[in-house]
Design a binder for this molecule. Structure first.
Ligand code: UDX
Length: 431
C-alpha cells in the first residue's frame, strides 16, 4: 500500500482566500505524510509561499481578477470571475501534468474552484471536492439554486431537535435576501459539483452535525468523508498570508487564566474598560483605513498593558493559551472548529454566508456561545461577563469543555478521524 501511495500523485486545486488556503494546505500535508506526492495548482492572487512547503510542487495559473472585482461587496462576484478566468489555464495545466506524469490519482479541488469538476471529467480523472465549511452548508445550495425545491423542503421539515434548533428555514430566508445574479450562479454551480464529484471531503467531525449530516448523505450520492479537524491532524504549517505577530503570546503569558477575550473579526466596537483583550485588526479590514486610524484618538495609548492589538495573530496558539477565556468571532468555520478544539466559548457576531449557520450551531445546538446582536456598550459588557465570568454562563463554559474532550477523543486512534482518512485513501487509490 505504502509503495503504491509513493507513486500516486494528487493534484490539489486551491482557492485564493485565507479560510480556504489553510485547510487545503493542511490536507496536502496529511496526504503527503501518507505517501502521496503533491502538486498544488493555485490562482495568482494570494499565492502561498512555496519555500514554506518545500515538499510540494506549486503551479500558479493566471486569474485575471481586477481590483473592482476584488473590492466588490458581493462576495460571489470574484468567485464567479475566478472560475470563468481560470477554467482554460487549469485545463492546460492538468493536461501538462498528465502528459509528464502519465497518471494523476485524484484532483481534489475547493468547492469555490468548481470549474475543476468538468475539467477532471473531460480528462477522465477522479474529481474530489473539498468543502472547507460545515457539511450542513451543503443542504442550502440545492435549495438556493431551486434545483430540487420540494425535496429540500422535505429535509427542512424533518422533526429532529438538531435541525429544528438550527432554524434552517430562517437561515435560508436570510441568505436568500438580496441574492445577486453572481451569487445565484455560484450556488447553482456548487450544487452541481457536489452532486457530480466522486467524493466530498468535509473539514468537520461527524458528532458536531450528526442529524444534518445524515440529511446531506441522503441528498448527495457521493460518499461524504468528514476528515476534520484538519488543523489538529496536519503538522504545524505556515499558511498565513500575513505575518503572525508573536508578541501577543508574551503579552498573554502575563495575563490571569481565562481572563482574556480574544477578538478577531472585521469591525470596530467598544468593549468594557477593565476587560483584558487581544484584538486582531487586519490591515485594510476597516474600509477606508490602513490599520487602526479610525479608533478614537489616544485609544491605543489609553489601553496600556490591558489590551494588545495586532495585525495578525498565531490564532491556534492564542486559542490554546490558558489566559484566553472567550473568543469574540465572526464565526468563520475554521475559527469555529479551532475554538471548539480548545474549549473556548464564543461570542458570535456573524457577517455573511455560512457564518450565520455556524452561529446557529454555536448558540442553539452546541450551546457553547452567545450571539451579540446589539452592539450597545452595556449589552456588550453584560454578554462578555455572562460568557466568561458569571454563574449564568457556567453551562456554556462547561459544554465548551465537554465538546473539546469529545473532539480530542474523536482524534484518537479509536475515534473516527483515522477511519475517515483510510476511506479517503482507499477512494483515491480505487481508480
Ligand atoms: C472564510 C469565511 O468567512 C468563512 O465563513 C468560511 O467558513 C471560510 O472562508 P475567514 O473569514 O478567513 O473564512 O474565516 P475562518 O474560516 O475563521 O478562517 C480564518 C483562518 O485564519 C483561521 O484558520 C484562523 O486561525 C486564521 N487566523 C485568523 C490567524 O491565523 N490569525 C488571525 O489573526 C486571524
Amino acid at each position: 500500500m505504502e509503495k503504491q501511495q509513493k507513486s500516486s500523485h494528487v493534484v490539489l486545486v486551491m482557492e485564493t482566500f485565507q479560510g480556504h488556503i489553510t485547510p487545503m494546505l493542511q490536507l496536502a500535508s496529511i496526504l503527503h505524510s501518507k505517501g502521496f506526492s503533491i502538486t498544488i495548482v493555485h490562482p495568482e492572487l494570494n499565492s502561498p509561499n512555496p519555500s514554506n512547503h518545500p515538499k510540494f510542487t506549486f503551479i500558479s495559473i493566471p486569474d485575471k481578477l481586477t481590483e473592482s472585482q476584488l473590492s466588490d461587496k458581493d462576495a460571489a462576484s470574484p468567485v464567479w470571475s475566478l472560475n470563468k478566468n481560470c477554467a482554460a489555464p487549469l485545463q492546460q495545466c492538468l493536461e501538462k501534468i498528465l502528459h509528464s506524469l502519465h497518471h494523476i490519482a485524484a484532483v481534489i479541488y475547493d468547492t469555490l474552484m468548481y470549474c475543476a469538476q468538468t475539467i477532471t471529467e473531460d480528462l477522465g480523472l477522479l474529481g474530489i471536492v473539498l468543502r472547507t465549511g460545515s457539511a450542513t452548508t451543503m443542504l442550502f445550495y440545492p435549495a438556493f439554486s431551486q434545483l430540487d425545491e420540494e425535496r429540500i423542503d422535505f429535509v427542512y421539515e424533518i422533526k429532529s431537535p438538531e435541525l429544528q434548533a438550527l432554524q434552517l428555514k430562517r437561515l435560508r430566508a436570510l441568505l436568500s435576501q438580496n441574492a445577486t445574479k453572481a451569487m445565484t450562479e455560484v450556488r447553482v454551480a456548487f450544487a452541481n459539483v457536489l452532486k457530480r464529484s466522486s467524493a466530498i471531503i468535509v473539514n468537520s467531525m461527524e458528532f458536531l452535525e450528526l442529524e444534518a449530516l445524515s440529511k446531506v448523505k441522503q441528498y448527495f450520492p457521493a460518499p461524504i468523508i468528514t476528515i476534520g479537524p484538519l488543523h489538529k491532524l496536519a503538522p504545524a504549517i505556515c499558511s498565513s498570508l500575513l505575518t503572525e505577530d508573536d508578541k501577543c503570546i508574551s503579552w498573554l503569558n502575563k495575563q490571569a487564566p481565562k481572563s482574556v477575550i480574544y477578538v478577531s473579526f472585521a469591525s470596530i466596537v467598544n468593549i468594557d474598560n477593565k476587560q483584558p483583550f487581544l484584538w486582531v485588526v487586519r490591515p485594510g479590514m476597516v474600509r477606508g483605513s490602513e490599520w487602526i486610524e479610525s479608533l478614537p484618538n489616544g485609544f491605543k495609548e489609553s489601553v496600556g498593558e490591558r489590551g494588545c492589538i495586532v495585525k495578525w495573530a498565531p490564532q491556534k496558539e492564542v486559542l490554546a493559551h490558558a489566559a484566553v477565556g472567550g473568543f469574540w468571532t465572526h464565526c468563520g468555520w475554521n475559527s469555529t472548529i479551532e475554538s471548539i478544539c480548545e474549549g473556548v466559548p464564543m461570542l458570535c457576531r456573524p457577517f455573511f454566508g455560512d457564518q450565520h449557520l455556524n452561529t446557529s450551531y454555536i448558540c442553539n445546538v452546541w450551546k457553547i456561545g452567545l450571539e451579540l446582536q446589539n452592539l450597545e456598550r452595556g449589552n456588550i459588557e453584560r454578554t462578555i461577563k455572562r460568557l466568561m465570568m458569571d454563574m449564568e454562563g457556567n453551562g456554556i463554559r462547561n459544554r465548551a469543555i465537554d465538546l473539546k474532550e469529545k473532539a480530542a477523543f474523536y482524534l484518537m486512534e479509536e475515534g473516527s478521524t483515522s477511519c475517515s482518512f483510510n476511506m479517503l485513501i482507499k477512494h483515491i487509490l480505487s481508480v
